[in-house]
Each structure stands twice: as structure tokens, then as C-alpha cells.
Design a binder for this molecule. Structure first.
Ligand SMILES: NC(=O)c1ccc[n+]([C@@H]2O[C@H](COP(=O)([O-])OP(=O)(O)OC[C@H]3O[C@@H](n4cnc5c(N)ncnc54)[C@H](OP(=O)(O)O)[C@@H]3O)[C@@H](O)[C@H]2O)c1
Length: 270
């Protein structure tokens, strides 16, 4: 891309942080449910969706007021409690959303946890917690959002995976396995739901300057290990992942289905 286009893009050869492009109302009138939308990456995606004029339901186990978002976007933003590990909790969430908004156009299955530990040391409880949240949680959300999307005449589901789905690190077996399975679940969902007008894709972020990357970033030994993997020389900014989610959720993503989009600035394999 030439540097004289007058856009916010970086000149060729420079993949440093660039200014965030302005919102363009690309999700106007859409209703989006973002699980884990109360902090970290989920909150960043919820914020960008609101700026693109969607109504957004931020859903997580703990309730919070999200005062700034409510002040900026009024009743287009709503916070709901849900535990994605529980089918009943997810079904109840979708019921409440339907009562208030009457449809769901976009689901971002973003709620996730990571529990580190080598296989021989990892507790069964931690293993189950990761699989139940990252994989079974997405299954519950997909299963119960489909009728809401059929009411809307179609929809977009975006599952949030991770670069670790396809890269190996000691101590990350549960997290990596859960995300690799989530990517296959994405492809299976895309095949099954296409006839209903529902597109299903996945975003696999690398290291992003928020949420669960923060403790790694703040640990000098771990940070230097992970920084060596980053071809771009820096972690991603939350809005850079949110921008990919907007693309997949908007009219611009209408022919992308069953895809895993890596958003990582280039990430080495080890
Ligand atoms: N940050 C990164 O660098 C990075 C990189 C690659 C992939 N990711 C992925 O991005 C997603 C978000 O990560 P993050 O870094 O933003 O993490 P985070 O700051 O820890 O946020 C996780 C969110 O998920 C919610 N959550 C956790 N368990 C839940 C459950 N059972 N039911 C409902 N909500 C639940 C949390 O709220 P409550 O605790 O209140 O429930 C919180 O809102 C995850 O899927 C993660 O694997 C992140």
C-alpha cells in the first residue's frame, strides 16, 4: 500500500502501531452479544461495536456498571450476568436478550480462561475449567443463539481463539487444546449453520495489550520470551483485534465463513 493515500495506514515496511481508523456506523441497527464483554478484549470489542452503532450486551459472571460506556451510548449498552459453562445460564441470557432487544445479529464467544501447568501437575479441576469455559461455553452460546439469529434472518458468530491454538509451549496444554478444539468447532458450526444465513468465524489473537496478557507482560522473563516470537516487535492493541471482529460482523465480511483469522502481527512458531 502506498503511503500517499491520505489514510491512517502505516507506510510499507512499518508495522508499528498506527492510529485507529474512525468508526463508520458499520453495525448500525445490529444487536450483539459479547461474552466476557466486561473487561479486557471483550470490553474492547464491545466498545468498538458500540462506536460502530450496534446495541451491545456485555455478558459475564460478575456484573459491573460500565459507567463510561453507559454514559456514551445510553440504552444501546446493557450488562447481563451469565456463566457460559452452564447451558441453563446461557439459555436464560438469550431469553433476556430476546425480551429486551427482540433479536440477536452478532455473537462474540470471547469468555475465556487460562490455567497454566504441566500435564503431570495440572489438576483435573483446572483442566475442566479451561475446557468447560473455552470450548463447551462456545457450544452453549452457539446452540442457544441460533433461534435468536433465525428471528433476525441470519447472523454472525465470532469465536475468540488464540495463537496458542497452533503453537506449543510447556504448561499450556489445557489452554492450547481448548482453543484448537474451538477452531474445529467453528468450522463444524459454519457448515451446519450456513443454510440458516449464519456465518461462523474465528479470530486467533496473538499477544494483546490487555487482559490475560498483562501478567505475562509484567513478568520480565516471560515478556522477553514472548517478545522474541513477535515478528512485528510489539503486542497488539485491543482495537486491532476489535477491528477484525467488526470486519467479520459487518457487511464487508459477507463471504467469509469457517475461517480462522490470525491477528498477531506475525507470530513465530516457538
Ligand atoms: N489478552 C490476550 O493477549 C489474548 C490473546 C489471545 C486470546 N485471547 C482470548 O481473548 C479472550 C478474552 O481474554 P482477555 O485477555 O480479555 O481475558 P480477561 O481479561 O481475563 O477477560 C475474560 C472475560 O471472560 C469472562 N469470563 C470468564 N469466565 C467466564 C464464564 N464462565 N462465563 C462468562 N464469562 C466468563 C470474564 O468475566 P468474569 O470473570 O466476571 O466472568 C471476563 O469478562 C479469551 O478467550 C482469551 O483466550 C486473549
Amino acid at each position: 500500500m502506498s503511503s500517499d493515500t491520505g489514510t491512517a495506514f502505516a507506510p510499507a515496511g512499518d508495522i508499528g502501531a498506527v492510529g485507529r481508523p474512525p468508526a463508520r456506523g458499520r453495525l448500525a441497527g445490529k444487536v450483539a452479544v459479547v461474552t466476557g464483554g466486561t473487561r479486557g478484549l471483550g470490553l474492547a470489542m464491545a466498545t468498538v461495536f458500540l462506536e460502530e452503532e450496534a446495541s451491545v450486551i456485555c455478558a459475564a459472571r460478575r456484573s459491573t456498571t460500565l459507567t463510561e460506556l453507559a454514559q456514551a451510548h445510553g440504552d444501546r449498552v446493557s450488562v447481563e450476568t451469565v456463566d457460559v459453562c452452564s447451558a441453563e445460564s446461557v439459555r436464560s441470557l438469550m431469553d433476556r436478550v430476546m425480551q429486551r432487544f427482540g433479536r440477536v445479529d452478532i455473537l462474540v464467544s470471547n469468555a475465556g480462561v487460562s490455567r497454566n501447568g504441566k500435564i503431570v501437575d495440572l489438576g483435573e479441576r483446572e483442566w475442566r475449567e479451561v475446557l468447560d469455559t473455552n470450548l463447551t461455553g462456545a457450544f452453549h452460546c452457539t446452540k442457544y443463539v441460533v433461534p435468536c439469529m433465525e428471528t433476525a434472518g441470519g447472523g454472525r458468530i465470532i469465536n475468540i481463539s488464540a495463537g496458542m491454538s497452533s503453537r506449543v509451549a510447556p504448561g499450556a496444554a489445557a489452554y492450547s487444546a481448548s482453543k484448537a478444539a474451538l477452531e474445529m468447532f467453528t468450522r463444524a458450526s459454519a457448515v451446519e449453520l450456513a443454510k440458516k444465513g449464519i456465518l461462523v468465524n474465528c479470530i486467533a489473537p496473538g499477544f494483546v495489550n490487555t487482559g490475560m496478557y498483562e501478567p505475562l507482560r509484567d513478568d520480565e522473563r516471560l515478556r522477553s520470551r514472548y517478545e522474541r516470537m513477535m515478528v512485528s516487535g510489539r503486542p497488539g492493541e485491543p482495537w486491532e483485534v476489535a477491528a477484525a471482529a467488526v470486519f467479520l460482523a459487518s457487511a464487508e465480511g459477507s463471504y467469509v465463513n469457517g475461517h480462522v483469522l490470525e491477528v498477531n502481527g506475525g507470530l513465530l512458531w516457538s
